[in-house]
Design a protein around this ligand. Structure first.
Ligand code: G3P
Ligand code: MG
Length: 248
């Protein structure tokens, strides 16, 4: 599914403030061709590109996303927390992000980030925004930790490309993947054993692990049969000399 061995996690969270256009620009300059990002719901139905449930860590404001409107979010500084160089960097609304990603020719892993009971509303909003803002000329792989969100997405769209996202690998992982016709498995590198890796590969699924920022660890995983790693540091992987060449 993914031709690259690396996927820039949150657009490349070590390059700049995660999930922002400034960071995406840096990833593009590095030659990144796959990025992952998180889609989260606000109180007014707006979907934004944002990881956390609350604004505290990645903006100059506090509070929960579920209590905020786009009007509130559009006033926030999403860059200063990372460095003064990014002062005033806006939070992206999903439609604007998709148009930008389309413009730069990026392939995307769109993670549907369900934090409460919003899986139906968020999945429907995401699907509609994709239909309105994504040309389809590059690849789009949806994923979510929320099995319910993926079931709902599959009900709405029989052709969507879905990756099933897990932390550790539950015993019924394959049944869950089959229930949503997932084509890839994504899981936490710190939770997967060598046997887990072998089980997923034996079942024929591409396996992508998050989050791998150490290049030696990444190369070791690829040797074990892992197909790609999510990394905050695509710059580090770009300079890797390995038998396979640069990993980007
Ligand atoms: O999609 C892979 C990874 O992003 C999942 O974890 O918490 O960084 O969204 P998280
Ligand atoms: Mg994510």
């Amino acid at each position: 599914m993914i031709e690259s061995k690396t996927i820039a996690h949150r657009f490349g969270a070590a390059l700049g403030p995660e999930n922002t256009a400034a960071t995406l620009k840096r990833a593009v300059e590095l030659g990144v061709c796959w990025v992952e990002f998180d889609a989260s719901l606000l109180k007014d139905g707006t979907v934004i590109v944002f990881h956390d449930e609350e604004f505290d860590r990645c903006t100059d404001k506090t509070g929960l996303l579920k209590d905020a409107t786009w009007q509130d979010v559009s006033q926030m500084d999403g860059g200063s927390w990372f460095s003064p160089d990014f002062k005033g960097e806006p939070i992206l609304e999903l439609g604007a992000a998709l148009r930008l990603l389309d413009e730069v020719g990026m392939n995307i892993n769109l993670e549907i980030k369900v934090n409460g009971a919003e899986h139906v509303e968020l999945t429907e909003r995401v699907h509609q925004i994709v239909a309105e803002n994504w040309s389809g000329k590059n690849k789009l792989l949806y994923s979510s930790f929320s099995h319910e969100a993926l079931v709902h997405l599959r009900k709405m769209d029989n052709t969507a490309q879905i990756g099933h996202l897990f932390e550790d690998l539950p015993s019924d992982w394959q049944a869950q993947a089959e229930a949503v016709k997932a084509i890839t498995i994504h899981a936490d590198v710190d939770e997967l054993s060598r046997n887990d890796i072998m089980s997923v590969k034996a079942a024929g699924y591409p396996l992508y692990l998050y989050t791998v920022n150490d290049v030696a660890q990444g190369l070791g995983l690829l040797d074990q049969g892992v197909d790609a790693v999510f990394t905050d540091c695509p710059d580090a992987f770009k300079d890797t000399s390995s038998p396979a060449g640069a990993l980007l």
